[in-house]
Design a protein around this ligand. Structure first.
Ligand SMILES: C[S@@+](CC[C@H](N)C(=O)[O-])C[C@H]1O[C@@H](n2cnc3c(N)ncnc32)[C@H](O)[C@@H]1O
Length: 260
C-alpha cells in the first residue's frame, strides 16, 4: 500500500487528514523510549544515533530530533521523504532522510544505537528481512524499538471493519491495512530472536477506554467526513497511553545481543 502513502504525502502535516491521528501515539512512544534508555547504565538518550525505519512524512522522528538526538529517517515513499525533509528544514531540525526500504537499508553494519520501527511492521512486504536489516545496522547492545498492530478479532473489528470498511466510520480506504499482515506478539518475538534481538518488554498502547467518549468520537467522525470539523479536532484528547491490553496496538523493545 506504498502508493497510498505517496498519494497522501502532502497530508502528513495537515490537520485535515487521518494521518494526524498518528501523532496521538507519539507522547507514549517517546516516554517509553526515554524510560528504556535511561535504564541503560552510563547512557543518556541525547548524543546517540537513531534510525527511524518507515518514518513517513515525519511526525515521530521530529519529536526525537527535538531531544537533541541525531536522527536518520528512511521511507520508501519518495514523496513522503520530500515532505519530511522540507518540514524539518522549516523547523530547523537536522534530520537525514533517505528514500529506502526497510528490507534493504543503505547503512553500514552497527551504525546506530537505536532503531525505531513505529507503525510500520504491519505494512512491509518481508517482515523477517526488515527485522534482519534493522538488527544488522544496530550496534551490539543497541535498542530495537517498535510498535505495531496485533492480529486479533478485535483489531479486525476496529482497524479493518470500522475504520476501513464501514461507510459511516471509514477514515481510510480499503487495503491500507491488511489484517493478515498484523502480527501476533509471539510471532514477532520469534523473528526477533532469530535475528539476534533479545525481546525485553512489551506493553499495550491504546486511547483511554472511555465508552462515552468513544461513542462521541464516532459522531464527531461524521462531522469530519462532512468537512464540518478537521481531523485534528478529532485527535484532541485521543492521546494513546501505555496499558496492559495488547489486543490492538502494542509496543516494545529488544536488545541486540552483544555476542552472537
Ligand atoms: C502508518 S505510516 C507510519 C509513519 C511513522 N513511522 C509514524 O509512526 O508516524 C507507515 C509507513 O511505513 C512505510 N513503509 C511501507 N512499507 C515499508 C517498507 N518496506 N520499509 C520501510 N517503510 C515502509 C510507509 O511508506 C509509511 O510511511
Amino acid at each position: 500500500m506504498l502508493n497510498y502513502f505517496d498519494k497522501n504525502a502532502e497530508y502528513w502535516w495537515s490537520g485535515n487528514s487521518h494521518l494526524v491521528l498518528l501523532r496521538c501515539l507519539n507522547p507514549a512512544r517517546l516516554d517509553y523510549l526515554r524510560k528504556i534508555y535511561s535504564e541503560k547504565p552510563r547512557r543518556i538518550l541525547s548524543g546517540t544515533r537513531v534510525l527511524d525505519v518507515g518514518c513517513g512524512g515525519v511526525l515521530f522522528a521530529e519529536e526525537l530530533a527535538k531531544l537533541g538526538v541525531p536522527v536518520t529517517g528512511i521511507d520508501p515513499s519518495i514523496l513522503s521523504i520530500k515532505v519530511a525533509d522540507q518540514h524539518a528544514r522549516q523547523s530547523e531540525l537536522a534530520i537525514d532522510y533517505y528514500a529506502a526500504h526497510g528490507e534493504q537499508l543503505p547503512f553500514k553494519t552497527s551504525a546506530f544505537d537505536i532503531v525505531c520501527c513505529c507503525d510500520v511492521l504491519e505494512h512491509v512486504n518481508d517482515l523477517n528481512l526488515v527485522i534482519k536489516e534493522s538488527a544488522r545496522v544496530l550496534k551490539p547492545g543497541g535498542v530495537y524499538f517498535y510498535d505495531t498492530i496485533n492480529r486479533t478479532w478485535f483489531s479486525k473489528f476496529t482497524v479493518i471493519n470500522l475504520i476501513q470498511e464501514w461507510e459511516f466510520a471509514r477514515v481510510m480506504p480499503r487495503g491500507v491495512h491488511d489484517w493478515n499482515k498484523f502480527i501476533k506478539a509471539q510471532e514477532l518475538d520469534e523473528i526477533m530472536i532469530r535475528n539476534n534481538l533479545e525481546p525485553r518488554d512489551r506493553i499495550g498502547l491504546h486511547p483511554k477506554m472511555d465508552p462515552v467518549a468513544n461513542i462521541k468520537r464516532l459522531f464527531m467522525l461524521r462531522k469530519v467526513k462532512r468537512g464540518r470539523i478537521r481531523y485534528s479536532r478529532l485527535a484532541e484528547g485521543m492521546i494513546f497511553r501505555p496499558g496492559r491490553r495488547q489486543f490492538i496496538n502494542y509496543m516494545g523493545y529488544s536488545i541486540k545481543k552483544v555476542r552472537i
